[in-house]
Design a protein around this ligand. Structure first.
Ligand code: NAD
Length: 468
C-alpha cells in the first residue's frame, strides 16, 4: 500500500520505517525541515536498535522523507497521523498539531482517504477529526478515520512495532477494518518473521499478536488506560519501597514476591527514582483531564503522579544525607536518558535531579551512552561531560547511577572504588546487589533497601590490609 506518515518523531519515524520493512511504499513527512534534511542525509535522529539498519535498507527505495507535507497528503490514500500531543498547563492533551493536520487533510482531500490516528489522544478525538472532514465539505463516503494507538517503548521501538503484544484498531465500518488488516497482515499472520532478512523476534515476545478490533472510543481509552496503569504500577512499587526503607525490608525481595504472582506480573515493578519520558507524565495527566471532562474524578492518578514526583526529592535527600553537605561536591552521574536504551531526555528524572543538585551548589560530570548530545542542548555548560563511565567518576566525591543502562550494571567495582575520592555510590535504579557493593568496600545507597555503610574501623582495616 502507499502510505503517508505525518510526523518523523519517535513514533512517526519508527512506524514509517517498519511499514516499509513489511512491504509498503511509505513517505514520511514533517513540518520540521531540518529533521527531514538530516533524515535524507542518512542520520537516524534517534537512538533505537535496528533503526539505522532498516533505514539503510529502505531509504530511497520503499521509504522516502519529504518536507512537502501538503503534496504528500494529496497523493496518499492512507495517512498515519503521528504528530506530538504535548500537555497543556492544565494537564489536557494539546491537540492543536492533530487538529492542524486534520484540517490540512480535509482541505486537500480529493479521492478517498483512510486517516489513521496513531498519536496518543483523548477519547473522542476520532470524532473531532471526522467532524473536521465533514465541516470542510468532505462526504462521509470519501474517508474513514481509524484509531490505532501505538504501544512501542523507546529503547525497543523497532521490535515492539514488528512484534507487538497487540494491535488495537478502532474503526466504524468494515471497509476501514479490512484496510487495517491488510496493512498489518505480515505482522498479524507471522509471515514477516519468516523473511530471511527479518529483524529477529525478541525472546519472550508473542509469536502472533492479539489483534483487537473495536470502536474508536474504546481504542482511544485502551491507550490512555494502559499507560496510566503502568504508571500506577511503578508508583505503587515506589510507595512500597519507601515503606521498606522505614521498616528495614528489601524491596527487591518484595518485588519478587509480588511479581511472581501471575495475576500481578513482574514488569513495571522496579523501584527507583520514578518514571519520566514524553509519554507517562503527559498521558496520565491527559487521562485524568479527560475523565474529569466526562464527570468522573480519577483521583487515583493524582496520587500516582505525586508519588512519582516525590521519588526524585527523596533521592536528592538521600544524596544530601550520604554526603553530609552538597555545596561544592563533585558528583559523577551515570545516566541522563529517562530510561536505558534511548537518547530521550524528555522529563527525565536524571535531568531533574541534576538540576536540583546544581541549584544546591554541586558540580556535576555526567556520562550517558546515547543522551549526551540532547543533554548538551538543554544543560549546556552547566555540567561537564565525560568520555566514559570511569572518566566521569575520576576524583569525584560520589557516584550517582540515574538511568538503568545495562552497562552501568556491569562496572568493575574495584576500579570504581579506585576512581572515586570517597567510596560512595548512590544507585537510583537498584542496578546492583548490596552484597556486590559490600564485597567491593563501597558505601551503597539505593531505593527501598537499607543503606550499606562500611564502618570507619573496617574501612581503616581494609585500607591497612591493602597497603600491607
Ligand atoms: P515527537 O515530538 O518526537 O514527534 C512529533 C513530530 O511531529 C515532530 O517531528 C514534529 O515536527 C511533527 N509535526 C508536528 N506538527 C506537524 C505537522 N502539522 N505536519 C507535519 N509534521 C508535524 O513525538 P513522538 O514521541 O513521536 O510522539 C508522537 C505521538 O505518539 C504522541 O501523541 C505520543 O504520545 C505518541 N506515542 C509516543 C511514544 C513514544 O515512546 N515516544 C509511544 C507511543 C505513542
Amino acid at each position: 500500500m502507499r502510505i503517508c506518515v505525518i510526523g518523523s518523531g519517535y513514533v512517526g519515524l519508527v512506524a514509517a520505517t517498519c511499514l516499509a520493512e513489511i512491504g509498503h511504499e511509505v513517505v514520511c513527512v514533517d513540518s520540521d525541515l531540518e529533521k527531514i534534511a538530516r533524515l535524507n542525509e542518512g542520520q537516524p535522529l534517534i537512538h533505537e536498535e535496528f533503526l539505522q539498519e532498516l533505514l539503510s535498507r529502505h531509504h530511497k527505495g520503499r521509504l522516502a522523507f519529504s518536507p512537502a507535507v501538503e503534496a504528500s497528503i494529496r497523493d496518499a490514500h492512507t495517512i498515519f497521523i503521528a504528530v506530538g500531543t504535548p500537555c497543556t498547563p492544565s494537564g489536557e492533551a494539546d491537540l492543536s498539531y492533530v487538529e492542524s493536520v486534520a484540517r490540512t487533510i480535509a482541505q486537500l482531500s480529493e479521492g478517498y482517504k483512510l486517516i489513521i490516528e496513531k498519536s496518543t489522544v483523548p477519547v473522542y478525538t476520532n470524532d473531532w477529526i471526522e467532524r473536521a472532514m465533514v465541516m470542510n465539505g468532505r462526504d462521509h463516503n470519501g474517508f474513514d478515520v481509524v484509531s490505532n494507538p501505538e504501544f512501542l517503548r523507546e529503547g525497543s521501538a523497532v521490535t515492539d512495532f514488528l512484534y507487538p503484544d497487540r494491535i488495537v484498531v478502532g474503526s466504524r465500518n468494515e471497509r476501514a477494518a479490512r484496510s487495517m488488516r491488510e496493512i498489518y497482515k505480515p505482522i498479524i499472520d507471522g509471515t514477516y518473521e519468516l523473511q530471511a532478512s527479518a529483524v529477529p523476534r525478541p525472546e519472550g515476545s508473542r509469536q502472533k499478536p492479539f489483534y483487537i478490533e473495536t470502536t474508536p472510543q474504546s481504542a482511544e481509552l485502551i491507550k490512555h488506560a494502559s499507560n496510566s496503569f503502568l504508571a500506577l504500577k511503578i508508583s505503587f512499587i515506589n510507595a512500597v519501597a519507601n515503606i521498606c526503607e522505614a521498616v528495614g525490608a528489601d524491596v527487591e525481595h518484595v518485588r519478587e514476591g509480588l511479581g511472581t504472582d501471575r495475576r500481578i506480573g513482574p514488569d513495571f515493578l522496579r523501584a527507583g527514582i520514578g518514571y519520566g519520558g514524553s509519554c507517562f507524565p503527559k498521558d496520565i495527566a491527559a487521562f485524568r483531564a479527560a475523565a474529569h471532562a466526562c464527570g468522573y474524578e480519577l483521583c487515583l492518578l493524582d496520587q500516582a503522579r505525586k508519588i512519582n514526583e516525590d521519588q526524585r526529592f527523596r533521592f536528592v535527600k538521600k544524596i544530601r544525607k550520604a554526603l553530609w553537605t552538597l555545596k561544592d561536591k563533585n558528583l559523577a552521574v551515570l545516566g541522563l536518558a529517562f530510561k536505558g536504551g534511548t537518547d530521550d531526555i524528555r522529563q527525565s528524572p536524571a535531568i531533574e535531579i541534576i538540576q536540583s543538585l546544581i541549584a544546591e551548589g554541586c558540580k556535576i560530570i555526567a556520562y550517558d551512552p546515547a543522551a549526551m548530545q540532547r543533554t548538551r542542548a538543554v544543560l549546556g555548560s552547566a555540567i561537564r561531560y565525560a568520555t566514559d563511565s570511569y572518566d566521569a567518576m575520576n576524583g569525584a566525591d560520589a557516584l550517582l547511577i540515574l538511568t538503568d543502562w545495562k552497562e552501568f550494571g556491569m562496572l568493575d567495582l574495584q576500579k570504581v572504588k579506585a576512581c572515586l575520592r570517597y567510596p560512595i555510590v548512590l544507585d537510583g535504579r537498584n542496578v546492583y546487589k548490596p552484597s556486590e557493593m559490600q564485597k567491593a568496600g563501597l558505601n551503597y545507597y539505593s531505593v527501598g533497601r537499607l543503606p550499606l555503610e562500611i564502618s570507619h574501623s573496617s574501612a581503616k582495616r581494609a585500607s591497612a590490609l591493602t597497603q600491607s
